[in-house]
Each structure stands twice: as C-alpha cells, then as structure tokens.
Design a protein. Structure first.
Length: 146
C-alpha cells in the first residue's frame, strides 16, 4: 500500500466514523497536528504509533506498514533559493495540508487572513540550540454561500 492509498483509506474511515484529528489525538495520546500530518502521508510513524492508529480506526496491518514508511515530501513548487525562506516554504509544503485540515476542523470552511494578520518571531534560548518561534495570527474568514 502506498502513502496516497493509505491516506485515502484513513481519511475516508475518519469521516465515516465522524472523528476529528483533535479527538483522535486525545484518544491516542498524540499531537493532533502530528497525527494529521502522519495520516496525510507527510511523516512516518514509529511502529507502536502506526499500529495504534490502524487499530483505533479498525484498519489492517497494511495501513500500519504504510504509516511507518518514510514519506517522499514533495509538492508542486517553484523552490526559493534563500535558505531561510526555503525552510519556511518547506514547512508549508510538508504541513500545509495538515494545517488546512486542523484549521477547518476547528473553524469551518474558510481561510486564515493574511490581511487582518500579525506575525511574531521570538527566540527561545535552549541549551541544545536556540529555537525560533513563529506566531502567525490571522483572522478566520469563512467562505460564504450565495
């Protein structure tokens, strides 16, 4: 089973069981953002987590094996060349679908504004290496029906 087939099966099962990433994360004691990313094929899961996810959803060992497989993190792109911008671009490429899933699950069908928006960059000192904390704060804009 490839990552796309795995993702299709997981998402359809999640939908059929009326589950959310948040609920699944709490039940499985996993970060819902990481869980969504792994289930969408952008991260590999350690064996114990892969087995737990498949068992929780009532899916077979093929799904667990696909969850364990290393992903090819690719998306349609025009790659920036500046190293810092490239890494931010990579984060969006790898986690963009995950963020979309989690945001829309919490707010509904819509987008995060980049107009009514603020961003903060903070430094967190860490003995293992300083950390960058990006805070993106955008107003939620629901899509409207007409």
């Amino acid at each position: 089973m490839n990552k796309q087939s795995m993702t299709d099966m997981i998402v359809s099962t999640k939908t059929a069981k009326n589950l959310t990433w948040e609920t699944m994360g709490k039940d499985l004691e996993m970060s819902p953002v990481w869980l969504a990313s792994a289930c969408l094929g952008m991260n590999s899961a350690p064996k114990d987590k892969a087995v737990a996810i498949a068992k929780y959803l009532g899916l077979d060992v093929e799904v667990a094996s696909a969850l364990e497989a290393y992903p090819t993190k690719e998306w349609e792109q025009a790659v920036p060349t500046d190293p810092l911008i490239y890494r931010i671009y990579e984060v969006v490429g790898v986690y963009g679908e995950t963020l979309k899933e989690v945001i829309q699950e919490k707010f509904g069908d819509g987008i995060m504004s980049a107009i009514d928006f603020s961003m903060e960059v903070d430094k967190i000192e860490d003995p293992k290496g300083d950390r960058v904390l990006l805070t993106l704060n955008g107003k939620f804009l629901p899509y409207k029906s007409w």
